[in-house]
Design a protein around this ligand. Structure first.
Ligand code: 3UK
Length: 512
């Protein structure tokens, strides 16, 4: 991949279409009838860039916090920051003042664009962290609100002539271990992810309509729901609330064709749609379904296919790597495997000393490519990157055919009575039982065996917890996988602890 020395990703992803006479193409849609073309999004982003520079005193390199649910103004603000040469620091809508404060402090955030409905927590954080001196809100009718200010500026803006390796984004990890880390990405990294996975694996077309749930503050959502569609001139539907019921409704309503969401969300949609099948896919619009963020259980892949006829596209990505680096398209999907390495990247499986292990052996996943980990002021950089290889913290098995099979997080592998047990395999087995809606498996300390397998289970409607159900699930597991893998302990829950991005927080299960 080659990029010119000077590069601004907003010029490539947004302005290019208008310059090429394609400004009339549909770009963004949202519930309530909002439809913006590429030219309209450009006009908004240009006006916001003027507000940032002229009203708020932004200079290139300043960090701009963005806080909003997935909506078109959030997208316009993101591009405005790029155009003005700022650095976007997107934050999850559910964050509280304390967490926002940590981010403001760590990233030295000086400016913020915020959805007025989420103003309070940010205002509280800013009082504690006066480095953030400039906050302007949108969805706000007052003349001092962003829309009022936009009216007073021009719809034309000359993008700041940024270098390809100027930082344009600081993404915070969703924190499955509890402590968020900031990762820095350049303008060229944004273009690199658009050039790797989408054309080689997703293979969407300019007529596709993207939809999904991950927040734009999560790089899975930023890529899948904004950068990737715009890199090919396609359109995207931004939903502020995108739980399974809303997705089931919105997919047919917008005629969406490409869906991005997490494995649990696919499973919940399939379970909720029940016998009716998923209308969206029954002779309907949906044609590509991408799953990432967590291991995709083979049972969920099978359930989704049974309901929609669609083979899912699984892919592992990481905030540190910006997007997906191992994946497989529909035709090459293998249940139980994440896929093969995405063109542009290299991946291998290493032992504790950093030597490649033979195929079929569990080891640590290492990845190298056009994007990679750059932590902001964090000494964990040394643990993540060794000799140019990014260690994602995942245990994988590489098979003879080049497929990577997810096992667990490296610090999560269950070792019970000398056996290595992959939590996902046990989860996948339990998910095949008709009473199980969701489940999570961890290793808990045990005097005799070192660790034992423990399952947390959410039951489907119409099934009750109790000793009989415990025995039933244990017998089922013993019949389905090697008996030493069966969950010796089972606890029933109403729901499982998850991050805002749908990722299971195993550390919370372990600490009870
Ligand atoms: C896990 C997966 C198995 C894995 C992400 C797509 O999830 C994303 O980024 P995060 O920084 O977490 C990274 C970690 O999540 N993981 C993600 N996808 C899979 N495990 N199968 C998968 N398909 O532990 C990884 O190290 O939150 C995903 C695109 C962009 C992203 N940031």
């Amino acid at each position: 991949l080659q990029f010119p020395d000077r590069l601004n990703c907003a010029s490539e992803l947004l302005d290019r279409w208008v310059t090429q006479g394609q400004g009339g193409r549909l770009c963004l849609q949202a519930p309530g009838g909002l439809r913006w073309t590429y030219a309209e999004l450009q006009d908004k982003a240009n006006r916001i860039a003027h507000v940032l520079v002229k009203d708020m005193g932004l200079v290139p390199g300043n960090r701009v916090l963005l806080r909003a649910p997935n909506n078109p103004m959030m997208a316009a603000c993101w591009f405005a920051v790029m155009k003005a040469g700022g650095i976007a620091v997107a934050t999850m809508p559910l964050l509280r003042a304390k967490e926002l404060g940590q981010i403001i402090d760590k990233a030295q955030v000086t400016h913020a664009l915020c959805d007025a409905r989420l103003r309070d927590e940010l205002a509280a954080a800013a009082t504690q962290h006066p480095v953030l001196g400039q906050i302007v809100c949108f969805n706000d009718d007052s003349p001092e609100g962003l829309e009022g200010r936009m009216d007073r500026h021009s719809g034309r803006f000359d993008n700041v002539d940024t270098a390809a390796d100027d930082t344009c984004l600081i993404a915070f990890t969703s924190g499955t271990t509890g402590v968020p880390k900031g990762t820095m990405h350049f303008h060229r990294d944004v273009m690199a992810i658009c050039a790797c996975w989408p054309p080689h694996v997703l293979k969407a077309s300019p007529d596709d309509i993207f939809i999904g749930s991950p927040p734009l503050a999560f790089t899975f959502g930023l890529g899948g729901l904004l950068l990737f569609p715009m890199s090919i001139g396609a359109s995207t539907v931004l939903l502020e609330k995108a739980g399974p019921p809303m997705l089931l409704e919105a997919i047919p309503q917008f005629g969406a064709t490409v869906l991005f969401t997490a494995p649990t969300s696919y499973r919940a949609m399939a379970v909720q749609a029940g016998e009716r099948r998923i209308a969206a896919a029954q002779g309907g619009s949906l044609r590509k379904c991408v799953s990432a963020g967590e291991a995709l259980p083979a049972a969920t892949r099978a359930l989704w296919k049974e309901h929609t006829g669609i083979e899912m596209i699984d892919g592992i990505g990481a905030t540190e790597m910006l997007h997906i680096f191992i994946s497989a398209d529909e035709a090459h999907a293998r249940p139980g495997a994440t896929g093969t390495v995405v063109p542009g990247y290299r991946a291998c499986v290493l032992d504790e000393d950093g030597r490649p292990v033979p195929p079929g052996t569990v080891g640590r996943l290492a990845v190298k490519g056009p994007t990679g980990c750059r932590y902001l002021a964090d000494d964990r950089q040394r643990q993540y990157v060794r000799q140019g290889w990014n260690l994602t913290g995942d245990a994988y098995v590489l098979d003879e055919d080049g497929y990577f099979h997810y096992q667990s997080r490296t610090d999560d592998l269950i070792v019970s009575a000398g056996y290595n047990i992959a939590a996902v395999e046990v989860e996948d087995c339990l998910l095949q039982h008709p009473a199980v809606a969701e489940c999570a498996v961890i290793g808990v300390p045990d005097e005799e065996r070192g660790q034992i397998v423990k399952a947390f289970v959410v039951l489907r409607e119409g099934h009750g917890p109790g000793d009989t159900m415990v025995r039933e699930l244990q017998d089922f597991a013993k019949r389905t996988v090697a008996p030493y893998k069966y969950p010796r302990a089972i606890e029933f829950r109403e729901q499982l602890p998850r991050t805002e991005t749908g990722k299971l927080q195993r550390f919370k299960l372990r600490s009870v």
